[in-house]
Write a new protein. Sequence first.
Length: 300
Amino acid sequence: MNQENPFNRLLDALTQNLSVLPDKSEENAENTLCALWQTAAGKPMSPITAQGLPLPALSAEQFAALELAVQSRLAGVPLAHLTERQHFMGLEYIVNKGLYIPRKETELLAQTAIATVAEDYASNGEVTAVDLCTGIGTVALAIAHHCGNTRVFGSDIYAPAIEAAKVNATHFGLAHRASFFNADLFEPFESLSLKSGIDIIVSAPPYISSVKVKDMATEIAQHEPKEAFDAGPFGLSVFNKIIALAPDYLRPGGCLIFECGLGQGEFLAKRILANKHYERVTEVLDELGQVRVLKAIRRA
């Protein structure tokens, strides 16, 4: 099959009609097509990994599957649900259809946690990290991969996400250092004798108000679980629980690190400092100068 003309034809269709959401800005027409092409060839991968790789020859059946996938993408099906892969912190996560897709912006949370382990816990025999609202194990497994001295635990109320987290732990060869639980926030960790024994708690919790969830882009609303976004009437309900309960589980001097939405950072920093169990808060800015991550220290 002559691949150049079919490639150009599909690329033109994507260039003219593809709508990319701001929170998936790493996607474009060309790397979308490359990712779908590789997936049709039986080598599923994210657009970041696929871009620039040689394109394998496709059979007629595979090319038909590619054309269908391009049509699905243009109809609003998320790319990660078509390739079942998402790139995050140098890792290719498996993302089943219907699951929350990790965002590049959450890498700031993972980077902050990884830097904390490297700077504050480098000499520790083993660091215990807990990832609340872990989804498919996104931040927990990034920490485990980049920090060999960590033992990670994750919890999430959405059962399919936890099943995917376990699959990803095996996929990355990290199952011996990663445990995941289908439960709400801290529920599993008291019975595991982790109370007052956790070094780092991380979370990328839901932070969108219930009213705004209804107005989210169709690509999100129709394909990703509401549980990953809906944070109650004011978008703060999960934050309030985490801030209140984390001191019971952190070691003295341990860290709470979480991602927040645009415009929420200053308010949440004040909320943390109003709690006597924390001694300081660091605001971590994204590349646009917005507070997107907060890091709080458990008072000794």
